[in-house]
Design a protein around this ligand. Structure first.
Ligand SMILES: NC(=O)C1=CN([C@@H]2O[C@H](COP(=O)(O)OP(=O)(O)OC[C@H]3O[C@@H](n4cnc5c(N)ncnc54)[C@H](OP(=O)(O)O)[C@@H]3O)[C@@H](O)[C@H]2O)[C@@H](O)CC1
Ligand SMILES: [K+]
Length: 503
């Protein structure tokens, strides 16, 4: 898992890198510039493209200058640099790179003061150029001055393609994103070493389209020691957590899941959740569906067993219970379930809606419960929030208070553990925005918990693989991914882990 660090921690990691490798800060800046250019080349392969590099006078601006040198060496032949004064003094590495740029034949336009009129007077071809934004990076420490904000608003109206260095100018790395703040909109952001936490909030879409993260060699061992509650899940975590199926094992070794789901007109939700559970490897799955809907289950999923509410808990020990997809009014069984359940619960959809209407039930949630709300379900459960930063903090408080895991679903799903850690899932794409996708996730999480994984492990595995299956289909050309099609990928993805599915 990759720890997400704050703007101030980045500076500590930079200093550590200089000391531990015994390099100068401009050498590290060259490394950052080179990593940036590595991605930039792929984004803008045409070397005749007019490029405008907007530089502030701190280290973000220093990066811009170092980037100009590399791009020129690479054969980009139409580069204009504009220096916009930021702050009280130039940083040393900015001054160092300025000296190097002056020794080359690159056009430099130096604004003596930050003013829209002066900027406009430069007559830059903003609409035809690719603009590299290196005005401000992690050093932003106050709202933008009016004059700089005016320049940025004009650029936002005119520029068709902006590539930001480290982060878009004006964007805050963490904390509440200011709704009225001016930010230089970036079509691409090339960020150093780690993505910034706020890249993962839906509000960031207003300020940026895509981001790339490049390694600049900061010491991972140092980053691992920094305190942070935010982590980005990566494929190595999946390899580490997932256990191969053992030889001589049988269905009894892989758990028995109960799927309490479906109602008249919403049987599909139960079928999808159950199919997901089975395809993720559970040993046994029992579905509690209304009796009259049983034919759909037998026709679609002969592997599943049907149970009725009365007999469900007689002498059966489940290893995980999913509750909610397509339940409608049947969700009122939740209070009884709390008394009868003998396994961790995964509550979704109508189960969450019922929970939000009955205040006292939240306090009665059994240990190890997983809630899987999307934003609206979350707000109904725990109250409204003004923005995603507030919502995430509210989720952390409630996960700790009730000792539960909350899977807050979005483009980047946040898994909030009972300790208040936030694990960010990077996989998934808009082709997956379709009915039934959440039911599939619920089935997968239930399956992993039934197989003996902790709620934390199950949520990491389930969210990552669910999104990865969708990403694979998207890459194969599917503009839309149906949940039942996505589920066909799950056994294949599991089979690819550690290359051998069996011990
Ligand atoms: N550290 C490293 O070794 C490495 C760092 N790297 C790069 O450095 C970047 C961070 O550089 P940084 O710390 O110099 O900050 P940066 O974002 O350039 O801005 C600072 C200047 O802006 C000013 N200022 C602040 N707010 C303002 C506002 N609202 N409006 C106007 N001005 C404002 C502030 O002024 P002051 O507070 O002094 O008045 C100060 O002068 C980082 O994002 C990455 O790109 C990479 O090369 C890798 C190695
Ligand atoms: K920037």
């Amino acid at each position: 898992m990759r720890k997400i660090i704050s703007a101030s921690q980045v500076k500590l990691a930079d200093s550590d890198c200089l000391v531990s490798e015994n390099i100068s800060s401009h050498e590290l800046m060259d490394r950052a510039a080179s990593a940036f250019v590595g991605v930039f080349r792929g984004l803008v392969p045409d070397k005749n493209t007019p490029i405008i590099i907007l530089c502030g006078t701190g280290n973000n601006g220093g990066d811009g200058l170092a980037i100009s040198l590399l791009l020129q060496c690479d054969g980009y032949d139409d580069i204009n640099i504009v220096i916009i004064p930021t702050g009280h003094r130039q940083s040393d590495d900015f001054a160092y790179n300025m000296q190097r740029v002056k020794e080359r034949q690159i056009s430099i336009h130096q604004l003596e003061r930050t003013s829209l009129q002066d900027f406009d007077g430069l007559g830059l071809r903003l609409t035809e150029s690719v603009l590299i934004d290196s005005i401000l990076g992690v050093g932003i420490n106050r709202p933008l001055d009016r004059a700089l904000a005016e320049i940025i608003k004009m650029i936002n109206q005119q520029c068709k393609r902006v590539v930001a260095v480290d982060l878009p100018t004006g964007f805050r790395c963490e904390g509440e994103l200011d709704d009225d703040g001016t930010v230089l909109y970036a079509h691409e952001v090339i960020s150093f070493q780690r993505p910034k936490l706020n890249f993962f909030f839906p509000e960031s879409a207003k300020y940026m389209e895509n981001f790339h993260v490049v390694d600049i060699g900061l010491r991972e061992a140092f980053l691992a020691e920094l305190p942070s509650d935010y982590y980005l899940i990566d494929s190595a975590d999946i390899e580490e957590i997932y256990n191969k199926r053992k030889s001589f094992s049988h269905k009894g070794n892989y758990g028995h899941a109960l799927i309490y789901a479906g109602s008249a007109g919403k049987v599909g939700a139960a079928l999808i959740a159950t199919e997901a559970c089975l395809r993720t490897g559970v040993g046994l799955a029992t579905v509690c569906l209304p009796e009259e809907e049983r034919h759909a289950l037998y026709a679609r999923l002969p592997e599943a067993m049907l149970g009725s509410s009365e007999e469900l808990f007689e002498g059966v020990k489940y290893s995980a219970i999913a509750f909610g997809p397509g339940l409608g009014r049947r969700a009122s069984f939740l209070s009884d379930l709390f008394k009868k359940a003998n396994a961790p619960l995964i509550i979704d959809a109508d189960g969450l809606n019922y929970l939000s209407k009955e205040d006292t039930l939240l306090n009665a949630l059994p240990a190890d419960t997983v809630l899987t709300p999307h934003m609206k379900e979350f707000d109904r459960l725990f109250g409204p929030s003004e923005n995603w930063w507030q919502r995430l903090q509210l989720a952390r408080r409630n996960a700790q208070k009730f000792k539960i895991t909350i899977v807050l679903k979005n483009r980047y799903t946040f898994i909030i553990t009972e300790k208040g850690e936030v694990l960010i899932n990077p996989t998934g794409n808009p082709a997956m925005a379709i009915a039934g996708m959440g039911d599939a996730l619920t089935g997968m999480l239930t399956s992993f918990i039934a197989q003996g994984y902790s709620p934390r492990e199950a949520c990491i595995l389930g969210c990552f693989l669910h999104g990865r299956a969708g990403d694979r289909l998207r890459l194969e050309g599917h503009a839309v991914v149906l949940p039942t099609v996505l589920l066909t990928q799950i056994p294949l993805l599991l089979g690819e882990l550690k290359n051998v599915p069996f011990a």
